[in-house]
Ligand binder design. Structure first.
Ligand code: NAD
Length: 382
């Protein structure tokens, strides 16, 4: 006799803005056997109507206030997707109400609140509490991490990554939200978007022991530093540089590749969201490129990991501690910039090396996930 199916998690949405519309709702649609939305709320009634309109979720499931949503017995877990300054208070109330919580990143609007996020997780050991970090779940990044774990480029000794891209308010886009233009969180765009890059760096290069940061303010549409450059020393001994710039003027197309230099080869991660590329070269100047298309940047996988933790136990890869570790690199970089000195990073309790996520019960990296991969070989020998 077949085992009875586990009923889907009854999910409440708190905040139904852009991240839900563009990222989480498409992912939830692919996880209909794991989740069913039983209630949703947003401080804007218009956003509630908009969500009901495009999702097809019954408008009668809209709840006027989050306290009312949290009091409902037909909500097992909540997805918190409100502006960064409000994430903590909403996650705290949801845990106090006995819900499992998937909270959007970053873990803390500043270092003090990052510590409060950690304490909140410690205070609720009986709940699944996750702070989303989709980059831990991206197919191309997990593939690259598996290559590194297999020693594909020998001992990585240097990381070099420059990311530059225009950022101006665009209606209907993330940059169009007023709370991002006048950020009430330390780090501005580097805590909001750059924290994903830090997650990528930690996933692939390991933990960061020391950081020397500098910042510049050169975007007239954002009331916070647009440029950040970091010199990094990793706990494993490798060194690196990460530079991110979000100017308000258009800039010529840039590769924005991350390069990892090892004793036996080089790994280059590039491409756009539509087509990610991982290229490995060896000492014989041969390159092996794998192209990833149709992947969703890890949103479905992170929600699958959360559902696994809620339904089967265990700890998700995107733990609160891991997200705090990401956020603290940004905070420490800003401390370093303000003090004009290199600073060490304290290990975050419960974090450590980022585990490599694989679909539950699978030895492979991509089982059951959307997306296609293709590989090719070339040479850059003279
Ligand atoms: N993982 C990612 O790639 C990614 C991408 C974008 C945004 N995010 C995160 O998602 C969150 C939301 O970002 P967004 O771009 O959707 O912002 P948004 O402004 O588009 O949406 C936020 C929504 O929350 C509502 N809201 C504000 N305060 C509220 C409260 N106290 N209770 C209920 N609703 C409230 C607003 O009315 C709005 O509809 C942020 O924390 C952001 O960091 C993550």
């Amino acid at each position: 006799m077949a085992a009875p199916a586990i009923p889907p998690i009854r999910l409440g949405l708190i905040g139904t803005g852009l991240a839900i519309e563009k990222l989480h709702w498409p992912a939830l649609c692919g996880l209909a056997d794991r989740y069913v939305v039983t209630a949703f709320t947003d401080s804007s009634a218009g956003q509630c109507r908009r969500f009901a309109g495009y999702s097809g979720v019954d408008p009668a499931l809209a709840v006027a206030a989050r306290t009312a949503l949290l009091a409902r017995e037909d909500v097992d877990a909540v997805l918190v997707s409100v502006p960064i300054p409000h994430l903590y208070e909403v996650a705290r109330d949801a845990l106090a109400a006995g819900k499992d919580v998937f909270c959007e990143k970053p873990a803390g609007a500043d270092a003090e609140q990052a510590a409060a996020f950690l304490s909140l997780a410690v205070a609720h050991p009986d709940r699944t509490f996750m702070v989303g970090e989709n980059y831990f779940y991206r197919d191309d990044l997990r593939y690259a991490r598996a290559l590194l774990d297999d020693g594909a480029i020998g001992r990585p000794h240097l990381m070099a990554w420059r990311h530059a891209g225009q950022s101006v308010p665009r209606a209907g886009g993330f940059t169009g939200t007023p709370w991002r233009q006048r950020p009430r969180y330390r780090g501005g765009v580097h805590l909001d978007f750059g924290v994903h890059h830090i997650a990528q760096i930690r996933l692939l290069c390991g933990d960061i022991a020391r950081v020397h940061g500098a910042v510049q303010t050169a975007n007239r549409t954002i009331d916070a530093p647009s440029d950040l450059t970091l010199n990094l020393v990793f706990t494993g001994g490798a060194i690196g540089n990460y530079t991110a710039s979000f100017p308000d003027i258009p800039i010529p197309p840039e590769p924005n590749d991350m390069r990892l230099y090892g004793t036996e080869g080089v790994l280059v991660l590039g491409g756009s969201e539509a087509e990610r590329r991982v290229t490995r070269s060896g000492a014989d100047a041969t390159t092996h490129t794998t192209v990833f298309r149709g992947s969703d940047n890890g949103y479905r996988a992170e929600l699958a990991d959360f559902a696994d933790a809620v339904q089967f136990g265990g700890r998700p890869v995107g733990s609160v501690a891991q997200s705090v570790a990401n956020a603290m690199v940004v905070q420490r970089a800003f401390d370093s910039a303000e003090r004009a000195t290199a600073l060490t990073l304290d290990p975050v309790p419960g974090a450590g090396p980022v585990p490599l996520w694989r679909p539950r019960g699978s030895a492979g990296l991509f089982d059951g996930l959307p997306g296609q991969r293709s590989s090719s070989t070339a040479s850059f020998a003279a």
